[in-house]
Design a protein around this ligand. Sequence first.
Ligand SMILES: C[S@@+](CC[C@H](N)C(=O)[O-])C[C@H]1O[C@@H](n2cnc3c(N)ncnc32)[C@H](O)[C@@H]1O
Length: 494
Amino acid sequence: MEQEQGNLESFLTWASQIGISDSTNHSQHFFSCLGHSLCVSIFPHSGGRGLGAVRDLRRGEIVLRVPKSALMTRESVMEDKKLCIAVNKHPSLSSVQILTVCLLYEVGKGKTSRWHPYLMHLPQSYDVLAMFGEFEKNALQVDEAIWITEKAVLKAKSEWKEAHALMEDLMFKPQLLTFKAWVWAAATISSRTLHIPWDEAGCLCPVGDLFNYDAPGEELSGIEDVDNFLSNSSIPVTTLSNGDKNIVVDEEQVDFHSQRLTDGGFDEDANAYCFYARTHYKKGDQVLLCYGTYTNLELLEHYGFLLQGNPNDKVFIPLEPAMYTSTSWSKESLYIHHNGKPSFALLAALRLWATPHNKRRSVGHLAYSGSQLSADNETFVMKWLLKTCKAVLKNMSTSIEDDTLLVNALDSSKEFFTFMEIAKLMTSKDEVYTFLEAHNVTTDAHSFTGILLSKKVRRLMDRWKLAVVWRLRYKKVLVDCIAYCNGILDSFMK
Ligand SMILES: C[S@@+](CC[C@H](N)C(=O)[O-])C[C@H]1O[C@@H](n2cnc3c(N)ncnc32)[C@H](O)[C@@H]1O
């Protein structure tokens, strides 16, 4: 703990020396890294370590600038001639693979790396899907999620193998050549890089990567293509707040930035990555950044966490092949929203699928405009949806009640010292045995009386919990969809 605090302090001192600033006043740049607008704090329920407001912040106000020279990019790391020559001999590697090698290369330099204080404070491990073992993968219970986990592991393995020759050319130390080291670096890049206009691999942004995530909210309402909007969030800003000594923010600047509706991007004129308050914050609030629109599975895959109330979550259910062909909507658009409502496209597809072939043409315009086709058609669609959601729930190996108890037990693990104390709170013992066996925690999974909760076991339990929370959210969306269908059916009865 003390060492962590020491690392953080030396990191922040280093950050201010290289011009990273949260001051609203340009002239103070070199003397400020946090304390003027932001401070590093722990937010146990939303991301752990993050950035809090040290004063009230206005929406649109600039809160942090990170000069280009501080960013870790392929370009900046490859100023090292030896690395540059070696990388150029491997043109088939992707930009992200090269950035991953660059990160490991800098780690290998130890104290001589110009980013050493930054590297020291990076997380030592991650909970992204590529880190999930067999047990955690299966604990997700849903084929689609299991498959995405498998794909993430396979992708990481093949990218590592492809980059191996380059890492050997660079004479990496054996521990940096391992798959474990690769997954660490790849997860660091996946969960911490920010968009830059000149490199699709993005950049590692010291201090700027301490912002935790919030889903796009009201500030983006009215923007149809949120993904496109966000990927353009690095559009250069032409005017920047000069601020003044009393930390009074220029009203016009605030309004201007409010209209930009973006909370971070590289600013060519300032030659810096600039971050803005995406909403009004009170002193002490956590200041959050929107990294993009993600479902919970995508958040797990890239960032290793998920949101309880994620407005962008999507649940896919098994559909019959004819449903995909009944409309021109893409497969990805046929899902159930986080609140249980079928997506616009799913409803349209089901309504048309439930219409006899020879009548589809005449009602197509109604379906595509989101209208019901007839009471019979709607009743049929709702009954089908309801039946399918129920079947999916029934096929899952645990119930919502089991999962809730399991999550509560795993949540309370901090208060316990032995596994026995936690296992008592769980109903589904099979999963407990599988967990213990899968991780070789004990030779006899059925007798876990004396298993102490070591740091390693607790970490594994965190991943297990993530899988259970994910499947629980999935099941709750199905339950909400059933309620939605029942509501519509009831309205026809009246
Ligand atoms: C860019 S970093 C943010 C800073 C990070 N908390 C740290 O200590 O370095 C992204 C990571 O923070 C965590 N995180 C960010 N937002 C979160 C949230 N809303 N809930 C839970 N974890 C979050 C995840 O581990 C994610 O991979």
